[in-house]
Write a protein that binds this ligand. Structure first.
Ligand code: SF4
Ligand code: SF4
Length: 359
């Protein structure tokens, strides 16, 4: 890894140059919050934002995506024969200012789209053509708990470049070949002053110390799946308030549920993959009319059991959450994954109680 210096007064010029080679996506203000959006030439990404309302996962996994198409005209060769759309655009793109917790969600989501049996060509091609320019996080929100969820405010493992705000300049860790290529295209190649790496380390320690909110996950793998499933003390309390709005799942960088719909427009038929949510009754509604998750308790339990138990048991590599805090701050009825996680972690099936140590 090498570290370079990008003066803030030269940052905009570099970003402008990148438009020649990349579609640029960055944080922009919308009303009172930030979202990730494609930047127009001349538009700079906001680098002072705290957390975007929706994660930039849509860059690789669009909210709605045509995956197959066919003609409905019987004179055409592909009449009712589905094939991949010919105009799929996998141009090089770069996400500027992505937070480490959002970048850390990608390997978790990849487990769903890149398996030994099945490789999703859409997700993988979009991922391969995306360069992630991260922004280390110096001012975490009170709802962030990344340090106990396998991530961290200076975690650079899943980034191509990590920028560290150092006053009038960024210290930029160049972490991969993709990052090297992007820095070259932007003309960023200034050497840093001595001690840059120490300075990053010091800032990292400072940022981590600001994250006081934690989840306990050490006992999740030991817990019996069936005991947790039957832990009414957890699920009845939490489900009472839930309105199954799905906000938590749409905002989450690690949620991957989708459904597939066929739509006909004129003489063309499209097979479209859309984000869906385990919080919605239709998601599991069978054609027979039966719904295996017919109550809101079933659906809420599914969300937390998936993230904090099924995933833990299946992959043996932590929870399906990076601690970004979005579902905590956006849930309209204050259902808090940190509290649920601590309840699941400390649940005692003998006494049907749990010790909740954080909220
Ligand atoms: S955001 Fe809150 S109320 Fe809405 S579905 Fe999620 S847990 Fe339920
Ligand atoms: S479960 Fe909540 S805190 Fe965890 S990654 Fe998803 S939105 Fe963020």
């Amino acid at each position: 890894m090498k570290v370079i210096k990008i003066d803030k007064n030269e940052w905009a010029d570099g970003v402008e140059k990148l438009h020649d080679n990349y579609r640029l996506i960055g944080a922009v203000r919308e009303k009172s919050y930030h979202i990730f959006a494609t930047l127009k030439p001349g538009q700079k990404p906001e680098m002072e934002y705290v957390n975007s309302r929706i994660s930039p996962k849509y860059v690789i996994y669009p909210q709605s995506e045509i995956i197959l198409e066919c003609s409905m005209d019987e004179n055409d060769e592909d009449y009712k024969v589905y094939h991949e759309p010919g105009d799929k655009n996998y141009e090089e793109k770069a996400v500027l200012g992505v937070r480490p917790c959002d970048a850390d969600s990608l390997p978790l989501v990849r487990r769903n789209f890149d398996t030994d049996e099945y490789k999703d060509p859409y997700w993988l091609q979009a991922f391969e053509t995306t360069t992630l320019v991260g922004l280390a996080c110096d001012a975490p929100c009170p709802s962030c708990f990344c340090t106990s969820a396998g991530s961290g405010p200076y975690n650079d493992q899943n980034l191509d470049i990590m920028l560290v705000d150092n006053g009038d300049h960024y210290l930029a860790e160049i972490l991969t070949d993709k990052g090297e290529k992007l820095a070259g295209a932007a003309g960023w190649d200034k050497d840093t002053e001595q001690g840059a790496e120490d300075s990053i380390e010091k800032r990292k320690t400072g940022a981590e110390s600001k994250i006081t909110s934690k989840v306990n996950t050490d006992n999740l793998a030991n817990q019996s799946l069936l005991d947790l499933y039957d832990a009414t003390i957890i699920w009845e309390k939490a489900a009472f308030a839930c309105i199954n709005c799905g906000t938590c799942t749409y905002a989450c960088p690690t949620c991957w549920c989708f459904d597939v719909q066929d739509e006909v427009h004129g003489r063309q038929s499209y097979r479209i993959r859309n984000w869906d949510s385990c919080m919605y009754p239709l998601f599991t509604h069978h054609a027979s009319g039966h719904n295996p998750r017919g109550t809101k308790l079933d659906r809420l339990r599914q969300r937390f059991m998936h993230k904090l138990k099924y995933y833990v048991d299946k992959y043996e590599d932590g929870i399906q959450c990076t601690g970004c805090g979005r579902c905590v701050s956006l849930c309209p009825v204050n259902i808090d994954i940190r509290r649920i996680c601590n309840m699941m972690n400390s649940y005692d099936p003998e006494s049907c109680t749990c010790e909740v140590t954080a909220s």
